[in-house]
Write a protein that binds this ligand. Structure first.
Ligand code: ZN
Length: 188
């Protein structure tokens, strides 16, 4: 059997292996000491354990159902009970972020939603949600990028007018506090 790796998870037992879809029991590898999500305290006790069943893609590209053993902690300081965070898996989701990305990648290859849903063993609405999320994220990124149009224009002018002249002039016309802020924005 080829060695299967899931970043952030340790395999406890491989339940079944097939060309198309396998199943494994894993444990999340804790990175650093967990902190209370409410007060940040490191003084925690293990409250209980539970399982999450997550569809995931292994590091070598195989589809897997992971049965993940997860922990809940209780904070000794404030009493809060909270769930361990999992790498690459959002709370309440049944597919990993990588799995969602694969659904979108298939969609981008013009595979129809019904086929993707069938091959990846998810519902069509899961496929639709993944696509929608990806594209609304992209749109947001574009909007954020285009938003400071005036600053953007000046930055562009500054770049193309080889040198300080225009930037110095621009700096004089602005008050200093604002200039600092704008400089850090355009420096990206
Ligand atoms: Zn706490």
């Amino acid at each position: 059997m080829p060695s299967v790796i899931f970043k952030g998870y340790r395999i406890q037992r491989t339940v079944s292996v097939s060309q198309t879809y396998s199943e494994a029991k894993v444990e999340a590898v804790q990175r650093g000491a967990p902190r209370c999500t409410a007060c940040g305290s490191l003084q925690l006790t293990h409250y209980d354990s539970y399982e999450r069943r997550i569809k995931h893609i292994s590091d070598n590209g195989a589809k897997y159902l992971l049965v993940i053993k997860c922990k809940r902690y209780k904070c000794k300081h404030c009493g809060r009970v909270f769930r361990q965070e999992l790498e690459g898996i959002l709370p309440y989701k049944r597919i990993s972020e990588r799995y969602a990305n694969m659904l979108v990648a298939e969609y981008n290859k013009n595979v129809c939603n019904k086929t993707i849903a069938h091959e990846y063993r998810v519902s069509e609405s899961t496929v639709e949600r993944a696509i929608h999320k990806r594209y609304s994220q992209k749109l947001k990124e574009q909007l954020n990028y285009e938003c400071p149009s005036i600053i953007g224009m000046r930055a562009a002018e500054q770049e193309t007018s080889n040198g300080k002249g225009m930037y110095e002039e621009y700096k004089r016309t602005e008050n200093n506090d604002e200039t600092d802020e704008i400089r850090s924005d355009t420096g990206v």
